[in-house]
Design a protein around this ligand. Sequence first.
Ligand code: DAK
Length: 259
Amino acid sequence: MSEYENLLIEHRDALTIVTINRPKALNALNSATLTELGSALDALAGDRHTRVVIVTGGGEKAFVAGADITEMRSLSPEGGREFARRGQRVFAQLEELPQPVIAAVNGFALGGGCELAMACDIRIAAENARFAQPETGLGITPGFGGTQRLRRLVGPGRAKELLFTGDTIDAAEAVRIGLADRLVPAGGAMAAAVAMAEKIAAKGAAATRYTKVAVQRGADMNLAAATAYEAEVFALCFADPEQAQRMGDFVDKRPPRRT
Ligand code: DAK
C-alpha cells in the first residue's frame, strides 16, 4: 500500500512515476496533496537509483485541474500566505530536483496544474490535454509560478493573453507556442514519457544531472557567466567514473554500459 493518500509512487527500474491521484476531484491540489508531494520529492532528491522522474495525473480526464478551489475559497489572508508558501516550496523542489522530470499531461492542466507541468523539465501532451491559467476568473492571481514560468516558455505577449483571458488551449496549440514540447495521441502520454525517460536513463547519470543544472542555473546568468559555469560542470564530469568507462567503451568499440 502506498504511504500516501493522494499520490501513487511507482518505481520502474531507474524511473519513478509520481501520480497525483485524486481523480474524483480531477487531481486538484489541496494542501494535503502538496504536503505529500513535498515529502515524495524530498525522498526522490536523495534517491540515487532514480535517474528520471515522470509526473502525471490519475484517471482518464485530468493531469491536475488546479489548486483545490473548495479548500481555497475560505482561506483567510494568513491561510492564503501559508498555502502559497507551501505550494511555492514544493514547486521549487520539483524544479530543483537533480533528475530530469517529464510531465505526462494526460488531460486538464489548469491553473496550478499547468504550473505543475511548467515546473517539470519537459512536457508531453496527449491530444486531449487542455491548458489554461483561469485564476483571474476566480478573482486571484496565479501563485505557483504561472506568471513567471509561462512568460519564460511562450514569451510575454502570449503569456499575458493566456493569463488575462483565462482561455483554454488544446495540446496542439500548446505545442505550437512552446508551452508543451511533444504532442502524442490521446492515452499515449505515459508510454511516450516512459520511452523518453528510458532513453535518458541509459545515458551517464552524473552527466545528465550536471547538464540539467547547467541549463537551469545558466538561464539566470549572462552568457559569459553561464558558459563559465558550463565549463565547471564539464570539469566535474571527469571526476565521475562513468566518463572514463563510457569514453573507454567508445574507443574500444564496446556498446555503452550503464553503471
Ligand atoms: N478544485 C476542486 N475541485 C475540482 C477542481 C478544482 N480545481 N476542478 C474540478 N474539481 C471537481 C469538481 O468540483 C467535481 O467535483 P464533484 O462535483 O464531482 O464533487 C469534479 O472535480 C469533476 O469536475 P466537473 O464535474 O466540473 O467536470 P467537468 O468535466 O464538467 O469539467 C473542468 C472539468 C476541468 C472544466 C472543471 O472541473 C473546471 O473548470 N474545474 C476548475 C478548473 C480551474 O479553474 N482550475 C484552476 C483553479 S485555480 C496561489 C497558488 C496557486 C493558485 C493560486 C494562487 N498562490 C500561491 C498565491 C492556483 C490556483 C488555481 O489553480
